[in-house]
Design a protein around this ligand. Sequence first.
Ligand code: IDP
Ligand code: MG
Length: 169
Amino acid sequence: MICTLLSLLSWISPEMAANRERSFIMIKPDGVQRGLVGDIIKRFEQKGFKLVAIKFMNAGEELLKKHYSDLSSRPFFPSLIQYMQMGPVVPMVWEGLNVVKTGRVLLGETNPADSKPGTIRGDFCIQTGRNIIHGSDSVDSANKEIALWFDPKELTEWKANQQSWVYED
Ligand code: IDP
Ligand code: MG
């Protein structure tokens, strides 16, 4: 058993491990209601990132308060929790090299007015309080958010056939 594990570990190069970074991305209720689910997923797919998990659900108050616990003292916190319960959300896990940092670039700035055209928030929304998408801001918060929203068995292991066309190694 240990030998198998060791040989498996030596087979996974550091580059391959880096390519397996994961981010928690969630389409917010306004993104769903405005029919932007396909467009948003397309941005991540066409970049070359790999979808590992996705679901469609109404998020409860308790889960949302945990998810946004860092912001609990901010004046907009109650309206944020309310907004996130206005309709279903699409929580997802995306995988790839630097997906946390690059995912934030794909999203744009928190305030859509500061987001460049070509980014999701720059192209599809206007106000901070209706900015259609969430993306983890660090690898550490990504891991926490993935564990909060997904059961480990909901994360699907698969090899994307395009892998050697997206990465050199
Ligand atoms: P982020 O989503 O870009 O990481 P955060 O600062 O983590 O931005 O804030 C989380 C979410 O809280 C934002 O995406 C937005 O929906 C909401 N929010 C942040 N600042 C404001 C504000 O000043 N007014 C209303 N909502 C806000
Ligand atoms: Mg944030």
